[in-house]
Write a protein of this length. Structure first.
Lengths: 784, 157
């Protein structure tokens, strides 16, 4: 595998990324790099309180400050909003969705915007924002998810009379046996800490107005198409008047999969003032004004027969919504709802999610979104069940794996393909478990400070959002298709337009690999365009590991249409039947007369010149395909963490991390490995380092990169990766998603390893993140 | 306003700066060198790392006026005659960048680490890059890239 991939076999080759050169030489096009002449700098004045009524806002001093062009309160702008901020996923008919607007006169979380200032420069706008005088009347705040449904708890939205947003259930009962009546029942409680996504590029928006009411919105977003639809709808604009451009975007991880107040404000204010308006988020601002992830309390039960056959799983989840519902906030638990049995064949299935409001930054999609929360509780409880049964943790997993594919699970969905046994076997080959256990035994015997633990996580997940019919059935407002256009230019260069919107995933390279193979051309002939609604007219963007299994597959169907049309042209010109033409390596040849041939590029010229096309055929060689996947995509695999715990300080360090993933066909192993590395890192970080926490009044304690630990290279090991490959039978490429697998798998492997390292000291539970203090306290409590 | 003379990527500039302007904004907004990114407001992320008189510095930790007389190299000044610097080339070869936002700072920090002879092994590289955060790559390929570049630059152990 190397960059010297050859024509016809780009898919599967480690083609180096064409995106890199600009990014490596300082020529990235991130939104904050743009500054059209006359741009105004926008600053949002935010609530320091988690819950407070605004009794008055005085903007006079700010308006009089140097360089200030305008300042507005919530009331000043209320008529600009034709609808409340959008939530696209009303998960139940009676879900509560209190309306919220880009500015408010009742702050319901620390960071809620109450006024804006616009000035000629960023410094002037910031200075003037300090002069905005707001009178606050603080109200009791509800912060802790676990207490939010208690009688007498403060209410995030007093008008609702409750903090409960919705209850959603999925139950099956295959055997008629109650879970309590099973031979062995293990129940554990877990908390998934609130996580702060921390894409290294903070959010940024620039709205540039035109003369006829149109606006170009440049946004650091994962979703230019969805943003166009929903910003236009919220502002009562025609979509034709709004062009959204996502230029280079510096990471997302779900946090740029949203419609934010600042995007709406920038467009509304640019139209009002007739000047470009730019807002660039500061990092500490990002901690309160960009969505958070997780914050789930889960009670999870596994039941089994004495021989270790698992018969039931049950999850009871309380999930934080935050103060309001953002784009897909209430749906996040549902993204894991069908996989609470993990890769195991468990006939009785029950999940229940209760969404609750708290006076905190809204939650929404963060890498994995609903699936890490599921995998974590399953894989930790698998270890607990193995211990309860007195059987080997690895063998309990193996015994209960789903082994026949496609597999329809008790939860109702069908796994396309997989081979969980093969992944586990390969993991064990890499791991040398006997040597690790010998080392662990030696250290235990020596009684030294540094103890060793090994933890496992065998997982599957559903991604590749998503079959539109299923999305409709679970009340998501839109579909899950993706669009691709392939357009031959006269000289044989090829433009590919995709509806996906990469922000680090390398679609320009990988999509060119796919198209070049389909058309049998040189990869350099293929240009990939994306992220601008004026160029890519239709698409549903990038999230949920959907880009390859939906958008990448759309490329294949568009290529098929291009080749079909070219075949008609070639048949006409060579005066043969289309059925008599073979197509390989970019050339059509006549069966039985291999010297009679015509290239696809020549057919493209013929289509452009249009001198001699079949009767009735339109000139030009271009095709668009819109692909709606028939199923989700189902990656899986087996991960193991080896952790060293210093029992004197509580410090837990990764010694090794081994990951075997099955993501179907690999288009570019370089990019796939990179996705896995990054995903694992966010999972490890969840397990050991990251936790967004509030004080009782709802003030964010971990409010910047100093107090919230995003790990550096120094905290992490290198990773050992390998793959098994179960092609997906649902698409012609055989591909599955890969962007979230590492994050979904890693956290339980790490925590299971930490526990394994100190289990001989009597420690049975450590919650995430396993900070030195938590580990040390757990050891002390076990000793006591 | 105060007049400041500094050299950036070999070109001399005389600028009238407000005393409170951070060097990173002088580079980005006064000189249009937007390759140096801003990722935080607490000097934590390292996205804005540059070389100042040969030392890697987070350009958000200095005021522009403090750079009086300095020789500064930014990411835009690293490649020469259209040829990538060995560190840039290694980042490309090893897929050591994804979204690219931390990349300019990470590359500049790596250049400094290697030139100081401190990129001697994996552990040293990991500690040496502690001040630069990446959220995409998990650092695995960054370490490989720095090892490759150190070899090419004759600075490996």
């Amino acid at each position: 595998m190397s960059a010297t991939a050859e024509k016809g076999s780009y898919v599967g080759s480690a083609v180096k990324r064409r995106e890199d050169k600009a990014l490596l030489t300082g020529q990235g096009t991130y939104v904050d790099n743009m500054a059209p002449v006359g741009t105004l700098s926008l600053v949002v004045v935010r609530s320091p309180y988690a819950h407070a009524r605004v009794t008055s806002v005085s903007l006079d001093a700010a308006r009089a400050a140097e360089g200030v062009v305008a300042a507005f309160s919530a009331a000043d702008l209320q008529d600009d909003w034709k609808a409340a901020m959008p939530c696209a996923w009303p998960v139940t008919e009676d879900m509560k969705n209190p309306p919220h607007y880009p500015l408010t006169d009742v702050a319901r979380y620390q960071g809620d915007g109450v006024a804006v200032v616009l000035a000629e420069t960023r410094a002037q706008a910031k200075d003037a924002a300090e002069l905005v005088e707001v009178d606050w009347e603080p109200v009791d705040a509800v912060v802790d998810v676990a207490k939010a449904l208690d009688d007498g708890a403060p209410l995030a939205h007093p008008d609702l009379g409750t903090n409960e947003c919705y209850v959603w259930r999925l139950d099956t009962d295959a055997t008629g046996q109650a879970i309590e009546d099973a031979e062995v029942v293990v129940t554990r409680r877990y908390y998934q800490p609130r996580l702060i996504p921390n894409a290294i590029e903070p959010r940024a928006v620039l709205a540039v107005p035109g003369a006829a009411g149109e606006v170009i919105l440049y946004a650091a977003t994962q979703i230019p198409h969805i943003l166009r639809l929903l910003v236009a709808a919220t502002l009562g604009m025609s979509e034709t008047k709004l062009r959204v451009v996502a230029p280079d975007v510096g990471g997302g991880f779900g946090s740029k999969l949203d419609v934010y107040a600042e995007e709406l404000l920038a467009v509304a204010l640019a139209r009002r003032l007739g000047r470009p308006v730019k807002w660039t988020e500061e990092r500490s601002e990002n901690y309160v004004s960009t969505i958070h992830g997780r914050d789930f309390h889960t009670e999870y039960t596994l039941a089994a027969t004495k021989d270790g056959t698992i018969t039931h799983c049950r999850a009871r989840v309380t999930a934080a919504m935050g103060a309001y519902l953002q784009l897909v906030t209430p749906g996040i638990p549902l993204l894991g709802a069908w996989i609470y049995a993990g890769p195991y064949a468990i006939p009785n299935y029950s999940v229940e999610f209760t969404g609750v409001f708290t006076n905190t930054t809204p939650t929404d999609a963060y890498r994995g979104a609903g699936r890490p929360e599921a995998t974590y509780v399953i894989e930790r409880t698998m270890d607990a069940l193995a211990d309860e049964l007195g059987v080997d943790r690895v063998e309990l997993r193996r015994k209960n794996f789903i082994k026949e594919f496609p597999a329809t699970m008790a939860s109702g969905l069908t796994i396309d393909s997989g081979d969980y046994v093969a992944s586990l076997d390969k993991l064990l080959e890499h791991l040398d478990l006997d040597a690790l256990h010998a080392e662990q035994a030696k250290r235990r015997e020596n009684g030294g400070a540094k103890q060793l633990g090994v933890g496992f996580s065998t997982y599957n997940e559903m991604c590749g959002l998503a079959p539109s019919r299923i999305l409709g059935a679970i009340r998501y407002a839109a579909g899950g298709w993706e669009q691709a256009t392939i357009r031959y230019l006269p000289t044989g260069s090829i433009q590919v337009v995709t509806g996906t919107s990469p922000h680090g995933q390398g679609h320009e390279t990988a999509w060119a690999q796919i198209v070049a193979d389909q058309l049998g051309c040189d990869i350099e002939a293929v240009e990939v365009l994306h992220g601008d609604t004026a160029v890519s007219h239709a698409g549903l963007d990038t999230y949920g590991s959907r880009s390859l299994p939906v958008g990448g597959v759309a490329l294949c169907y568009a290529a098929e249409k291009v080749v079909d049309k070219a075949r008609q042209i070639v048949a006409h010109q060579l005066e043969v039947s289309a059925d008599d033409l073979d197509f390989a390596d970019g050339t059509f040849s006549v069966k039985g007369s291999p010297d009679k041939e015509m290239t696809l590029a020549a057919a493209a010229w013929a289509a452009f010149a249009a001198h001699d096309l079949p009767d009735g055929m339109e000139p030009g060689l271009e095709a668009t395909a819109t692909y709606d996947p028939p199923n989700f995509s189902w990656p899986g695999g087996a991960h193991a963490a080896v952790v060293e715990v210093d029992t004197e300080t509580g410090d837990a360090r990764l010694v090794r991390y081994v990951a075997i993933d099955d993501v179907g066909t690999v288009v570019n192993p370089l990019i796939v490995d990179g996705q896995v590395h990054g995903g694992i890192t966010q999972g490890i970080s969840t397990a050991l380092y990251e936790e967004g926490s509030y004080d009782e009044a709802g003030s964010l304690l971990t409010a910047n990169l100093v107090t919230y630990l995003v790990p550096s290279a120094a905290e992490l090991p290198s990773y050992e990766l390998d793959r098994t490959e179960s092609r997906s039978p649902t698409n012609p490429l055989g591909v599955k998603g890969v962007g979230e697998t590492g994050t979904i798998a890693a956290a339980p492997a790490v925590i299971n390893a930490v526990l394994d390292a100190v289990s001989h000291l009597g420690v049975e539970d450590i919650q995430m993140p396993a900070t030195p203090e938590r580990v040390w306290r757990a050891i002390q409590e076990a000793k006591a | 306003m105060r007049r400041v003379a500094l050299t950036v990527n070999g070109t001399g500039h005389e600028l009238d700066l407000e005393p409170r302007e951070l060097l990173v904004y002088v580079l980005r907004e006064r000189l249009g060198l937007t390759g140096t990114n801003v990722g935080c407001d607490t000097s934590s992320c390292g996205s804005c790392t540059i070389l100042l008189d040969g030392e890697s510095v987070k350009s958000c930790t200095l005021l522009g006026v403090q750079a009086e007389g300095a020789q500064i190299t930014t990411i835009e000044g690293l490649a020469s005659d259209g040829e990538l610097h060995p560190v840039q080339q290694a980042f490309h070869d090893k897929h050591a960048l994804q979204c690219g936002y931390c990349t300019p700072g990470m590359v500049m920090a790596a250049v400094s680490l290697i030139e100081h002879g401190e990129a001697t092994d994996e552990a040293a590289i990991r500690i040496g890059l502690e001040g630069n955060l990446c959220r995409c790559t998990g650092y695995h390929n960054i370490v490989l890239a720095v090892e490759q570049a150190a070899g090419v630059m004759g600075k490996a152990s």
